[in-house]
Design a protein around this ligand. Sequence first.
Ligand code: PLP
Length: 446
Amino acid sequence: MKTPKLPPFDYQPKKYAGPSAAEVLAQRKQFLNPGIFLYYKEPIMFVEGKMQYIWDDQGKRYLDGLGGIVTISVGHCHPHVLEAANKQNETLQHSTTIYLHPNVGAFAEKLASKMPGELKVCYFVNSGSEANDLALLMARAYTGNYDVIALRNAYHGGNASGMAVTAHSTWKYNVPHSFGVHHAIAPYPYRGPYGYDDADAGRKYADDVKSLIDYATPGKVAGFIAESIQGVGGFVEFPSGYLKQTYEYIRAAGGVCIADEVQTGFGRTGTHFWGFEMQGVIPDIVTMAKGIGNGCPLAAVVTTPKIAASLLGKVHFNTFGGNPVVTAIGKAVLEVIEKEKLQENSLKQGTRIKEGLEKLKAKHPIIGDVRGKGLLLGVEMVKDRTTKEPAKAECAAVLEHAREMGLLIGKGGLWGQTIRFAPPMCITQEDADFIVDVFAAAFAKL
Ligand SMILES: Cc1ncc(COP(=O)(O)O)c(C=O)c1O
């Protein structure tokens, strides 16, 4: 099999003259959090990015198939985003909500225009974890209830409340953090009790939420939180009808429904701008991060005026939330998504790649499941299609092979058994074909 070649790209990166990867690694080992992990046997150091491509310190170009963990939405150093950031950086870098500044209001109005129903009040924070923390506070303040239902296989952040609603042992420290949180069965058709062949799977999984309400809570809950497709969990898509039925159960128990759109928002799923729209529901609170800022620390919570009113009476303040630079960037990102029709492109290229992956599944028994929407695609690898034993080492090997061929991809799932693919939404058809060719070559090498 011929080694696939990256499509040509007319851009010359600067020659890198900084410290070597070995020096940076040594520095990191001595001075940084020892708990962070690196991808690849031989760590890569990236020093420049342009649109869907990224260069290492040796000048080697890669297609960024993971988009900095689902964060680069419109492309690395996109010119329109850069212009907005640079202009604001030269004018005023910081102000805060105790003063007026035009950027924060302009961005909030634009973001609210993308939201359905009564979801019109925006709060800006710095990370997805903070956004979920605030959403949980809102749910509890508004309802007067404490219990929260989340899902197994979820990831919602690394702070105390994010860790509480997360349900992967990998990310949970052995400290008390989940008081009042109950985790329902993940609506995971490939591995869960109700499979793709069960037309009633959505309702059956939702019934587990109802059972938790009845057995594990006082019968009243503050709310329910779920990603619209589980990201870190390996791009798990819920069966149709799941959220609709679950939202009914939660609202009947006095709770509100929170959609975590940190990975699924901003058009990435192709068919819809927000992931929850795929399930035909409107949440009461939506949290977002990552793609909203295309790489800058920006996150948001959007809710209804009625829920927002429940936080009045105390001051909810966030020093950098709504900072003039990040909100200029956030608005520019939305403008690019619209102008360059990136949601439509996600659907077009994502469908093409998924078709290619389905063909590979027919050929390689190690591919247990191909799933996802738009440019949020997962390939779950198993040693045996009957036992579904996770093929963890093989998944890591595919990542290494793809890296050698110039494609960055990620992995997810409890055992690191699922390839995750979420490139910037600006990839071309040539990139899409390159990706499928790299996967084909990587699987052939196993
Ligand atoms: C779905 C989801 N929610 C929340 C978070 C937490 O975001 P952050 O790392 O910005 O705190 C993440 C991060 O990966 C995520 O994937």
